[in-house]
Design a protein around this ligand. Structure first.
Ligand code: C2E
Ligand code: CA
Ligand code: CA
Length: 718
């Protein structure tokens, strides 16, 4: 109710004063307390605050407006003020409450002032409801305690400096991190604190410079690292301190990141280590250990990469391997073999350009990827020639040779197909006599199919009784008679006789040679037994492959076959090539020694064609040396001087070995060989190999030939 103020008593004049309106309608509740503590006036705000009608309160004791509990202890606020006018305020510190008419309470604050003007003993109480403020004060206190709790519990050291360079505050952590004594901090002097901390830093100057820069630019924010002499590292963060929008100072926060940095450094080192090791491993994984050349994996990678090029004209693959490498390894040892591989590797490398790849695929197999050559055939020819240059290995002069298959990638084939075709071409190069290169031709695929067909046919050949034996007479120089025949296998196919050179390699690689060899031995013994029985000086020779000798039971089956067919052991000759003795398997030589113990003789076939030397001869379990046809064919007139041939025969005789010369095709050759002291001669001049039924005729013809050659013998025989 906004009624006209009604007044009573001595204060009525006050309310008519010029401020009356102001008092009546001011925002604060005003209550004038007169003598005896009675309410002499109250304004509209007070009416509203306490919820009373004004006229009801006028004249009543002001205690009406206080809760009962204050009525005793606040023995007359009015009196307190009257006796000590210094007390102007009540309720700010003490929890003073007002009581509304409806019985509810509210926190209040009271300001007292004496009623102005002479003659008035009243007091004006200006009352404010502080419910709201109390509430926000509490919120503020809570926020502050949160901030300080946070500050003290954070791992960061925090320092707040005013714009005037005074330390406004810091937390405990700041002091401990920097080791700053409490009294120094208490001085609030940022300069002194600064001096104290600088000594600890490795680069105090730049820290000082940074701090200056930041104080010069109060709005700047910055982050960097501080390094301590004792090895610690702090992260420093600085930002302006703002109140509302004004910058009043600067907040510095420091974080000890030593552990983190150490961990980071360790992680970095570890990562670098791993990267380095990975790099090394990668290098190792892509290198051939022996030659240092790229290995198969790297070659494949480069080939596949090269094949992604749209233009494949310049890409060629050359696959090669060393001829007879196994023999080098076996005779001269693995170290010599390794040296040869390394040497061949570097020779190949010199045949190609820097952009080309020479890789070792493993064993004695190499491959070349040409990407920058216009003439791959020239490179292939150069590689073959370079490999074949002489090299000295452990005192021996050797001529390594390679067989090489070449294919160009312009065909659109992918890596595996290219390699397979290069391999086929290489195989053809080998079959054509080794030490050469061969360019792939699609016909070779047909040849490959033919080879497969050959193998299949060979498997059935034994069951179908297609394996037969021809016999070639060997004449004796001393008796001018046929004292020996060599059994030579033939494959009697419906389409004609197949010579052994066409199927023996396949038989060896498939292992079928074991069955075939057994068949030859059985047929030979069965066929020749009557012939052998007639003269104990007669001998039958059969060829034995190294593959057969690798079978541990080989010697036993030979002896069993002799027993079964009734042929005497001392009438059998086993012909083996040098390669047999290069095989490291000890039981190979052991089996030959065992067979010799039973009287069987061993002939060293094709002598002079392998890596074996004359010097090794004396250690071998052999009785007869068969001089290879290649040495015989050089005899043209019979009058030439042939030092190799003569030293061969001299050495063999010196070692007590018998000598048979193979491939004798002319009388001149026969005479020359007789002159060198060969014990037996074999060759087309005397007789070709013939089926068993033709052997008697062949024998007569051959004997006739030798008698014609050597009338002296003929006379002594007659
Ligand atoms: P080899 O043991 O050196 O046999 C001699 C080869 O030379 C035979 O060829 C023979 O026909 C041939 N020959 C004989 N005299 C002359 C001649 O005056 N001029 C020429 N140009 N050649 C002559 P063949 O029968 O084709 O046998 C070839 C090779 O096959 C044999 O060479 C031998 O290594 C192998 N071989 C033959 N039969 C068997 C066998 O039963 N078992 C095994 N493992 N290999 C056999
Ligand atoms: Ca032979
Ligand atoms: Ca031979």
């Amino acid at each position: 109710m906004t009624a006209q103020p009604r007044t009573t008593g001595p204060h009525a004049d006050l309310l008519r004063a010029p401020f009356a309106d102001l008092a009546e309608h001011g925002p604060d509740a005003l209550v004038v307390i007169g003598e005896q503590g009675t309410i002499a006036y109250l304004n509209a705000a007070a009416e509203a605050l306490f919820g009373y009608r004004r006229h009801w309160l006028l004249g009543r004791h002001y205690r009406t407006l206080l809760p009962g509990r204050f009525q005793g202890c606040n023995e007359d606020l009015r009196d307190v003020f009257a006796t000590d006018p210094g007390v102007r305020q009540a309720g700010t510190d003490l929890d003073l409450f007002g009581l509304r008419r409806d019985g509810t309470e509210f926190p209040m604050e009271i300001n007292f002032s004496p009623l102005p003007g002479p003659g008035h003993s009243g007091i004006v109480a200006s009352i404010r409801d502080v419910t709201e403020r109390k509430r926000s004060d509490a919120a503020l206190r809570e926020a502050l305690s949160m901030v300080s709790a946070t500050l003290e519990s954070t791992a960061d050291g925090i320092l707040v400096v005013t714009s005037g360079g005074r330390i406004a505050g810091s937390n405990e952590r700041f002091a401990t991190m920097w080791g700053i004594p409490a009294d120094l901090l208490a001085s609030h002097d940022d300069g002194k604190v600064m001096d104290f901390v600088l000594d600890q830093l490795t680069d105090a100057e730049s820290f000082v410079a940074k701090v200056r820069e930041l104080y010069a630019d109060p709005a700047a924010e910055s982050l960097d690292s501080l390094h301590f002499r004792d090895g610690r590292t702090f992260e420093r963060y600085s930002r302006p301190q703002r109140v509302a929008n004004a910058i009043v100072g600067r907040v510095w926060s420091f974080r000890d990141i030593s552990a983190r940095k150490e961990a980071q450094d360790q992680a970095k080192t570890a990562l670098e280590d791993v990267a380095r090791q990975t790099e090394e491993l990668k290098l190792l994984a892509f290198r051939d250990h022996l030659t240092g050349l790229p290995n198969r994996a790297l070659f494949r990678e480069r080939l596949e990469k090269a094949l992604t090029a749209p233009e494949r004209d310049g890409i060629h693959v050359l696959l090669l391997d060393l001829d007879n490498f196994k023999e080098v390894n076996d005779v001269l040892g693995h170290q010599a073999g390794d040296e040869m591989l390394t040497e061949v590797g570097s020779r190949l490398r010199r045949c190609v350009g820097p952009a080309d790849t020479v890789a070792r695929l493993g064993g004695d197999e190499f491959v070349i990827l040409l990407t920058s050559t216009a003439d791959p055939d020239a490179v292939a020819a150069r590689a073959v020639a370079a490999a074949n240059l002489p090299m000295t290995l452990h005192g021996h002069e050797l001529h390594p040779s390679i067989s090489l298959g070449l294919i160009s990638a312009d065909t659109g084939l992918q890596a595996p197909d290219l390699l397979r075709r290069a391999d086929i071409a290489m195989y053809v190069a080998k079959a054509a006599g080794k030490n050469r290169y061969q360019r792939f031709h699609p016909d070779m695929m047909t040849a490959l199919l033919a080879r497969n067909e050959l193998e299949t046919g060979l498997r059935r050949a034994i069951d179908r009784e297609e394996i037969t034996v021809h016999f070639q007479p060997v004449v004796s120089a001393v008796s001018a008679r046929v004292t020996q025949v060599e059994a030579l296998v033939r494959w009697d196919r419906p389409e004609g006789l197949v010579p052994p050179s066409d199927f023996i390699p396949a038989a060896e690689s498939t292992g079928l040679i074991n069955a075939i060899g057994q068949e030859v031995l059985t047929q030979t013994c069965a066929r020749l037994r009557p012939w052998l029985e007639r003269d104990q000086e007669r001998r039958a020779a059969v060829n034995v492959s190294a593959v057969q000798l690798r079978e541990p039971g080989y010697a036993r089956t030979v002896l069993e076959t002799l027993a079964a067919t009734g042929v005497r052991a001392d009438q059998l000759i086993l012909e083996v090539t040098e390669s047999v003795f290069l095989d490291p398997a000890p039981h190979i030589t052991a089996q030959l020694t065992l067979l010799r113990g039973h009287g069987i003789r061993v002939a060293l076939d094709d002598f002079g064609t392998g890596y074996s030397s004359l010097g090794r001869l004396q250690d071998l379990p052999v009785d007869i040396l068969k001089i290879d046809r290649s040495f015989v064919s050089v005899i043209i007139t019979g009058n030439e001087s042939l030092p190799i041939l003569s030293s061969m025969t001299a050495m063999a005789h010196h070692l007590g070995l018998r000598i048979t010369a193979e491939g004798v095709e002319t009388p001149a050759q026969a005479l020359h060989l007789l002159g060198l002291g060969c014990d037996s001669l074999q060759g087309y001049y005397f007789s070709r190999p013939v089926p068993a039924e033709d052997l008697p005729t062949a024998e007569t013809d051959a004997a006739q030939r030798i008698r014609e050659l050597n009338p002296a013998i003929a006379k002594s025989q007659s």
